[in-house]
Design a protein around this ligand. Structure first.
Ligand code: TYM
Length: 341
C-alpha cells in the first residue's frame, strides 16, 4: 500500500544474546549495509538488549555481547554517521510505546506466535511475561520511528505481520492514520540459513552444537572445518535451482555461496553444476573465509576500545531519541494521556 505521508525509513534490530552467526549476517546485517549504501532510506539499526533479557542473560556477558554486536555492525559496513546505531535500552521511548502496544495487542494474537511457542517450549507457564509480550515491544521498536521498511530474515515474518496488526488496530481504535503499515523486506538467497548439521533446522546462536553454525568470530580454520563436515547428500550439484528441491542441505550450501558472492543461485549453479561436494566445499570455505575474516579481524580491533563503542552507542541513542520522542508524545496525545508542558 502506498504511504506517501511517511518518510522512507528503515528500522531493524538484532538481539545481543550470544554471538553473531552467519545466519544473522546474511539474513540481516549484510542487507542492512546494502540499504544504507543505496541511500534511498534513512537507516536505523538497533541492538535490542531489552528483547535479549526476555530470557535470563548473564549481566557481564550481555554487556560484552552488546558491544561486540556494535563492533560487528561497524565491521560489516554500517557507518554510525550515515546510519543511526544504538542499543535499545538507551532510548526509553521503545519501552514506553511498548506499554501502549501491550494494551492494543490481544492475548489471542500473542498466543499464536510460533517464536514464543518454540522458545517457551513445553514449559510455557514458566516463561517470562516479557517473552510473551516480546512482539509488542518489537512493534514499538519499529513504529516509534514510523519506519516504513524492515529488513529481516524469514523467521521474523510473523512478528512483522503482528506489527502491522498492532498499527492497524491502534489506528482504528483511535480513529487516526498515525502509524504506518510497515513493509517487511525479506529478500535474497539467504533469508533462511539452515543448520550445517540438519537442513530442516534454522542456523541459530542457541543450537547446542557449535558445528551447526558459523560464528562471525570463527577463525579460518574453524570455518573451513565446519564447512568440510557440513552434512550433505551423495549426489553431484545440479545445474539449475529446481534440482535443489528435496535436497535441503545442498540447497543451503548453495544459498550461502550465492549470498556471500552476491550472485543468484542460478548463476552459481551454472558454474558449479555437476561438481561433487568434495570440490564445492573447499570453494565455499575459501569464499566464506575471504568474506568473513576481514569482518572478524575488524571486530576484534574495535573491541579493544570499549569506551569508543559506548560513545558511538550513546551518540546513536541521542539521534534516535530525537526522532522517537516526538512520535511517542503524539501517541500519548492521541491516547489521551496528560503531558504537562
Ligand atoms: P535475532 O536477533 O534472532 O536475529 C537478527 C536478524 O537475523 C535474522 N536471522 C536469520 N536470517 C537468516 N537465516 C538465519 N538462520 C537467521 N537467524 C537469524 C533474523 O531474521 C533477524 O532479522 N525479534 C528480532 C529482533 C528484533 C527486531 C526488532 C527485528 C527486535 N525488534 C525490530 C526487526 C525490527 C530477533 O530476535 O532477531
Amino acid at each position: 500500500m502506498a504511504q506517501p505521508q511517511f518518510t522512507p525509513r528503515v528500522f531493524s534490530g538484532i538481539q545481543p544474546s550470544g554471538g553473531l552467526t552467519l545466519g544473522n549476517y546474511l539474513g540481516a546485517m549484510k542487507r542492512f549495509v546494502t540499504m544504507q549504501d543505496e541511500g534511498s532510506f534513512e537507516t536505523i539499526y538497533c541492538m535490542v538488549d531489552l528483547h535479549a533479557i526476555t530470557v535470563w542473560q548473564d549481566p557481564g556477558k550481555l554487556t560484552r555481547a552488546t558491544r561486540e554486536l556494535c563492533a560487528g555492525f561497524i565491521a560489516a559496513g554500517i557507518d554510525p554517521e550515515r546510519s543511526i546505531l544504538f542499543n535499545q535500552s538507551q532510548v526509553p521511548e521503545h519501552a514506553q510505546l511498548g506499554w501502549i502496544f501491550n494494551c492494543v495487542a490481544r492475548m489471542g494474537w500473542m498466543k499464536r506466535m510460533t517464536q514464543f511457542k518454540d522458545k517457551a517450549g513445553k514449559n510455557a507457564e514458566n516463561a517470562s511475561l516479557g517473552l510473551f509480550g516480546y512482539p509488542a515491544l518489537m512493534a514499538a521498536d519499529i513504529l516509534a520511528y514510523h519506519a516504513t521498511h524492515v529488513p529481516v530474515g524469514e523467521d521474523q515474518k510473523q512478528h512483522l505481520e503482528l506489527t502491522r496488526d498492532i498499527a492497524a488496530k491502534f489506528n482504528h481504535d483511535y480513529e487516526t492514520e498515525f502509524f504506518p503499515l510497515t513493509e517487511p523486506v525479506i529478500e535474497g538467497a539467504a533469508t533462511r540459513v539452515m543448520s550445517l548439521r540438519d537442513g530442516s533446522k534454522k542456523m541459530s546462536k542457541s543450537d547446542p552444537s557449535d558445528m551447526a553454525r558459523i560464528n562471525m568470530t570463527d577463525d579460518a580454520e574453524a570455518i573451513a572445518s565446519k564447512i568440510r563436515k557440513a552434512r550433505t547428500d551423495p549426489e553431484a550439484l545440479p545445474s539449475e535451482a529446481a534440482g535443489l528441491n528435496d535436497r535441503p542441505e545442498a540447497r543451503n550450501l548453495v544459498n550461502i555461496y550465492a549470498a556471500l558472492a552476491d550472485r543468484t543461485v542460478d548463476a552459481v549453479l551454472a558454474e558449479v553444476g555437476g561438481k561433487q561436494f568434495s570440490e564445492f566445499k573447499p570453494m565455499l570455505a575459501d569464499l566464506a573465509v575471504d568474506k568473513l575474516s576481514p569482518i572478524s579481524t575488524e571486530m576484534a580491533r574495535l573491541m579493544q576500545d570499549p569506551a569508543e563503542i559506548d560513545r558511538i552507542l550513546g551518540r546513536g541513542a541521542e539521534r534516535a531519541r530525537a526522532i522517537a520522542a516526538p512520535i511517542l508524545a503524539q501517541a500519548y496525545d492521541i491516547v489521551g494521556l496528560v503531558r504537562s508542558a
